[in-house]
Design a protein around this ligand. Structure first.
Ligand code: FAD
Length: 573
C-alpha cells in the first residue's frame, strides 16, 4: 500500500465507525436506565444483571446474527429421514443455536415465573431485540404467550407438564411455543377459521385437529398453540377454541405436514411455514367457547407487547448505528454529524425511541400492577386499549427510524454486510403487519370502545397521570397533555355517536391522536421524575421537539430554535 493511499485512508476512516459498536447497550443508554429506575426504583443488582445481559448480547452476538441471516444460512425444511419416515423438521445454521443460548440464558422467559416481573422481562427483551434477530425474538414472544395462557387458564396438570420447560433458561432442553391462527382465507378475519377440532373418543379434553394454517412462525416450535373450530359448533369467532399440540408424539410428527417455509421480506432467520394438520392430537386450553377471547386477551396481547419491545430495540439500534456513523463519517471536510439536516434526522429518531420506550414501559408497569393485585377493571381496560394503540404506533415509528438511519449511512446503509440496518428495515415492515395489522387493531379498539366502554378506563388512566404531574417545572407540559386529552376525549365521543361507516373512516385518525397523547405523557412523566430527582437527560429537549415537530407541525423555517434542539438531541448518547 502506498504511504498516503487515499483509498486506504478512506477505507480505514470508514471502518473506524465500528469502534463504537462495542459500547454496552445498557450502560450506553442512559435514558433507558433512567426510565427503568423511574418504573422499578433503584436497584444496583438489577442494573448489574442487565449490564451482563447487554454484554452477552454485544458485538459477538451481532456477528452471529449476521451469519444466521445470510441467504445461504437461512432455515430449511427436512421432511424425511434417510429411510423415508416423516420428520417435518426445520434445520438451522449452528449460529442460530448459539444465539438462542444467549437469549434463553438471559432469563427473558424464566422471569415470568413470578407475577409482577413483566417490566424486568421487558427490559431484557429490549436489550436482546436490538439485533433485529427475529429468529429468537419471535419464539420468545410466542413462548411468553403460551406461559401466560397456562398460568391463567391451565389446569394443575397442564401447568405441571408444560410450565417448567417453557420457563427453562437452558436453550437445549427448552420447550418453545408457536401460535397458529391465520388461515389462507384471511388473517384479520379470525372468525373465518376453518380448522376443525373433533373430540377424541374416551379422552376428555383431547381433540383431533385437521385443516390448514397459512402463516406458522416458529415452525420449529415444540409446542403449537392453535385456534380451531369445534366440530358442529357455531360459526364466527364464537365457535373457536384454543388447543395445545405437542410437535411430536413418541418421536414422530404429531399429524402435520410442514409444506414449505415462506420466502419472506423480513424476519428471515425465523421459519414461517405453511402447515397442514390431519388429525393432530391436541388438548384444549381454557373454556372452548372463549377461545377467541383468550386468543386476543392473552396470546395476541402478549405478542403485541413483545412486538412493541422489538420496535423499541430496533429504533434504539437504528439510532446508535446512525449516530456513531455520523460522528465518524466525513464529507466535505467535516463529520456529517455536523450538518444540520443530518442532526434533524438523528434527533427525530431519538425522540421517537424515547417516546416508544415510555409508552411501552408504561404498559409493562400496568401489567405488573394488575398481576400483583394492584389494579381494577378500569386499569385492565386502559391497558388493553393501550397495548393495541402502542403496537400499531411503535411499529410504524420503527419503520421510519430504520429508513432514516439508512439515509444517514447513505449508500453504505443499503449494504447487507456493512450494518444491520437493511435487516432492521425489512423486519420493521413485517412487525407492522403481524399480531394485527394497523386497520385491524384500530377496528378492535373501536369495537372495545363501542361495545365495552373501554375508552373510559383508558381516559381515566391518562387523566390520573396528568394529575400526577405536580411539579411546577412541568406545568406547561401538563397543560398541553390536558389539551390533548380533552381533544381526544371529544373525538372518541363523536366517533361512538357516528354511523359504523363514518366511524370506520375516522377511527384511525382518532387512534393516531391517542398515540400522540400517550407519547407525550410518557415523556412528561419522565421529565417530572427527572426534575424531582435532580437528574439530567434529554427529555426536556425531547418534549420540546415533539411539540414542535408533531403536535404543532412547526416549520423550521419559522422556528429557528428547532435547529439547536436537533443539534443537542443528535449529540447526546
Ligand atoms: C412474516 C409473518 C409471520 C406471521 N406469522 C404468523 C403466525 O405465526 N401465526 C399466525 O397466526 N399468523 C401469522 N402471521 C399472519 C399475520 O398475523 C397476518 O398476516 C395478519 O393478521 C393479517 O392477515 P392477512 O395477511 O390475511 O391480511 P388480511 O386480513 O387479508 O388483510 C389485508 C389488508 O386488509 C385490511 N383489513 C382487513 N380487515 C379489515 C377491516 N375490518 N377494516 C379495515 N381493513 C381491514 C388489513 O388491515 C390489511 O391491510 C404472520 C405474518 C407474517 C407477515
Amino acid at each position: 500500500m502506498a504511504l498516503h493511499d487515499p483509498a486506504e485512508a478512506g477505507r480505514a476512516a470508514l471502518e473506524s465507525w465500528r469502534d463504537d459498536a462495542g459500547a454496552n447497550a445498557f450502560t450506553g443508554d442512559p435514558a433507558f436506565r433512567a426510565l427503568l429506575e423511574r418504573v422499578l426504583g433503584p436497584d444496583p443488582t438489577r442494573d448489574a444483571r442487565l449490564e451482563a445481559v447487554a454484554a452477552a448480547a454485544g458485538p459477538e452476538l451481532d456477528a452471529l446474527v449476521t451469519e444466521d441471516n445470510r441467504d445461504e444460512h437461512l432455515p430449511v425444511v427436512r421432511r424425511h429421514d434417510s429411510f423415508g419416515r416423516p420428520l417435518e423438521q426445520v434445520v438451522f445454521h449452528p449460529a442460530h443455536h448459539e444465539i438462542g443460548r444467549v437469549f434463553w440464558q438471559s432469563g427473558v422467559l424464566a422471569e415470568l415465573a413470578e407475577p409482577g416481573s413483566e417490566t424486568l422481562a421487558g427490559a431484557i427483551a429490549y436489550l436482546l431485540d436490538r439485533h433485529g434477530e427475529a429468529g429468537h425474538a419471535c419464539p420468545v414472544a410466542c413462548t411468553a404467550g403460551a406461559i401466560k395462557l397456562l398460568q391463567r387458564l391451565g389446569t394443575d396438570d397442564q401447568k405441571a407438564r408444560w410450565l417448567p420447560a417453557l420457563l427453562d433458561t437452558d436453550y437445549d432442553r427448552r420447550v418453545h411455543a408457536a401460535q397458529f391462527v391465520t388461515e389462507v382465507q384471511g388473517g384479520s378475519d379470525v372468525g373465518a377459521n376453518s380448522c376443525v377440532a373433533t373430540p377424541e373418543p374416551g379422552r376428555p379434553g383431547m381433540y383431533r385437529i385437521s385443516g390448514e394454517k397459512w402463516f406458522c412462525s416458529v415452525a420449529d416450535a415444540t409446542l403449537f398453540v392453535v385456534s380451531a373450530r369445534l366440530a358442529g359448533g357455531p360459526e364466527g369467532t364464537r365457535g373457536l377454541g384454543l388447543f395445545m399440540l405437542p410437535r411430536e408424539i413418541d418421536g414422530r410428527p404429531n399429524g402435520f405436514v410442514l409444506r414449505r417455509l415462506k420466502w419472506k421480506l423480513g424476519t428471515r432467520s425465523m421459519p414461517t411455514g405453511e402447515i397442514e394438520f390431519s388429525g393432530a392430537l391436541g388438548e384444549a386450553i381454557g373454556p372452548l367457547g372463549n377461545g377467541f377471547r383468550n386468543l386476543v386477551g392473552i396470546v395476541l396481547d402478549t405478542s403485541r407487547v413483545h412486538n412493541a419491545l422489538a420496535a423499541c430495540g430496533l429504533m434504539r439500534r437504528a439510532f446508535d448505528e446512525a449516530a456513531s456513523f455520523a460522528r465518524r463519517r466525513e464529507a466535505f471536510g467535516q463529520p456529517i454529524a455536523g450538518f444540520p439536516s443530518v442532526q434533524e434526522l438523528l434527533a427525530r429518531m431519538k425522540v421517537r425511541t424515547l417516546a416508544a420506550l415510555g409508552s411501552t414501559f408504561r404498559i409493562l408497569a400496568m401489567s405488573d400492577r394488575l398481576d400483583t393485585g394492584g389494579g381494577d377493571e378500569g386499569l385492565l381496560a386502559a391497558r388493553r386499549v393501550a397495548v393495541m394503540v402502542n403496537k400499531y404506533w411503535t411499529a410504524i415509528q420503527s419503520t421510519r427510524s430504520a429508513r432514516d438511519a439508512i439515509e444517514v449511512l447513505g449508500g453504505n446503509g443499503t449494504i447487507e454486510d456493512f450494518s444491520c440496518l437493511p435487516r432492521l428495515y425489512r423486519d420493521a415492515i413485517v412487525i407492522e403487519s403481524w399480531e394485527g395489522t394497523h386497520n385491524t387493531l384500530c377496528a378492535q379498539i373501536l369495537r372495545d370502545m363501542a361495545t365495552r366502554g373501554m375508552h373510559r378506563g383508558w381516559l381515566a388512566a391518562a387523566r390520573a397521570e396528568i394529575d400526577s404531574l405536580g411539579h411546577p417545572g412541568v406545568a406547561a407540559q401538563a397543560e398541553i397533555a390536558r389539551g390533548l386529552l380533552d381533544d381526544v376525549s371529544r373525538r372518541i365521543d363523536r366517533l361512538l355517536a357516528a354511523s359504523p361507516e363514518e366511524a370506520g373512516a375516522r377511527v384511525r385518525h382518532v387512534v393516531d391522536r391517542m398515540a400522540r397523547l400517550t407519547d407525550w405523557l410518557g415523556l412528561a412523566v419522565q421529565r417530572h421524575w427527572e426534575i424531582v430527582n435532580r437528574r439530567d437527560g434529554d427529555t426536556e429537549d425531547a418534549l420540546a421537539l415533539y411539540r414542535l415537530a408533531w403536535l404543532e407541525r412547526a416549520d423550521p423555517d419559522d422556528r429557528p430554535e428547532m435547529a439547536a434542539l436537533h443539534a443537542r438531541l443528535a449529540a447526546g448518547p
